[in-house]
Design a protein around this ligand. Structure first.
Ligand code: SF4
Length: 350
């Protein structure tokens, strides 16, 4: 006999579970300030709560409201995001804050379409903001929710596939409760993050353990379906660490592009002689050292970096536009991509 279908009382059970077992003390919970809720939703995209917490606190203490964020330079915003990854989130957050100030009189818009129109806010994020800040009845469908729904309802296929995603959206909308939308939405997030995790789902303590199709059929590992396998392309580059005393030369990366707006090391093709390249830049070249290579995974490719440490004896401290000399002691507070920070941190212990 088929198990009872959970659809009818899915929301009721989830709300009850959230109230008893969900998360209630996260710093962005308990208030209805759309700025704080928006910030948390953007930081939480592809990033776990534990990682977000210190960034969220630091960011808010420097940019306590939307006007403070809109009035900041991109450099400051990027410096406070540095290390959190997916930097287009920070650039869009900054752009959106400026737009809210100029087009909405510094009041975060309440209407769903106006939220969705802001840079960096997709359908699910707009819905989460509409729910938590304004109590609107909207469906969310982030990665965690896709996993929960695919498992409970046995929906096969990779959720990145449009047809699968459309089915999940229809399901998510059909399940919405009439009341208690905040607890329901938080419950979906909490269940996905704390019980129905990707690798070790805690089915024994799950409110849907009796009728979740993945649990009944032992298919937790198969649902949701994996992205069709495709080897990630690899890119390789050389980075030059021009060092004079305790300072290194950094260039600002153009936006858009990877690490756009962040400070990075000058990049060169692998086959170039680093000493000649640096001499060509007009510097007197001292000792040259090949450093340990570094590897970094992006969503769409892997980047292999070969760093070269080149001591220079004639730094142009008033560097060309778009370049700075940065003391190694200051790398923790500068807006650097994580792999570059890691490469430079290793120099401090030499
Ligand atoms: S029973 Fe297991 S697989 Fe199903 S929703 Fe709960 S935690 Fe996820």
């Amino acid at each position: 006999m088929l198990p009872p279908h959970p659809k009818r009382d899915f929301a009721t059970r989830l709300i009850a579970w959230q109230k008893a077992h969900g998360r209630h003390t996260l710093p962005w919970q308990g208030g209805e300030d759309p700025y704080r809720i928006w910030l948390s939703e953007i930081m939480l995209q592809q990033t776990q709560v534990e990682t977000v917490l210190p960034y969220y606190t630091r960011f808010l203490s420097r940019f306590p409201d939307i006007e403070a964020l809109a009035g900041a330079t991109e450099e400051e915003v990027m410096a406070h995001w540095s290390g959190l990854g997916y930097y287009s989130r920070a650039r869009n957050l900054h752009k959106a804050a400026r737009r809210v100030v100029s087009e909405h009189d510094a009041r975060f818009p309440e209407q769903f379409d106006a939220i969705l129109a802001l840079p960096g806010i997709g359908r699910s994020t707009a819905a989460a903001i509409a729910v938590f800040a304004f109590g609107h009845r909207r469906a969310i469908l982030d990665g965690n929710v896709k996993r929960v729904l695919a498992r409970v309802y046995g929906i096969d296929g990779w959720p990145g596939n449009k047809d699968v995603e459309n089915r999940l959206w229809q399901l998510a909308e059909s399940l919405l409760p009439v009341a208690d939308i905040r607890a329901y939405t938080q419950g979906l997030m909490d269940l996905g993050a704390t019980r129905c995790t990707r690798n070790k789902p805690g089915c024994v303590d799950c409110p849907f353990s009796d009728d979740c199709l993945a649990n009944i059929q032992g298919r937790q590992k198969d649902l949701p379906g994996a992205r069709p396998k495709k080897a990630l392309p690899e890119k390789t580059t050389a980075m030059l660490i021009l060092k004079h005393g305790d300072a290194v030369l950094l260039e600002k990366r153009p936006a858009p592009g990877i690490w756009g707006g962040l400070w990075s090391l000058p990049e060169y093709p692998l086959d170039i002689d680093p000493a000649r390249a640096v001499a060509g830049m007009g510097y007197g070249v001292g000792a040259v050292e090949k450093c340990a290579p570094s590897r970094h995974a992006f969503t769409h490719f892997r980047l292999n970096i070969q760093p070269w440490l080149v001591n220079v004896d004639r730094p142009t401290f008033a560097a060309e536009p778009g370049c700075i000399w940065l003391a190694l002691d200051d790398i923790d507070s500068a807006a650097l991509p994580t792999p570059v920070r890691r490469i430079l941190s290793s120099l401090r212990v030499l």
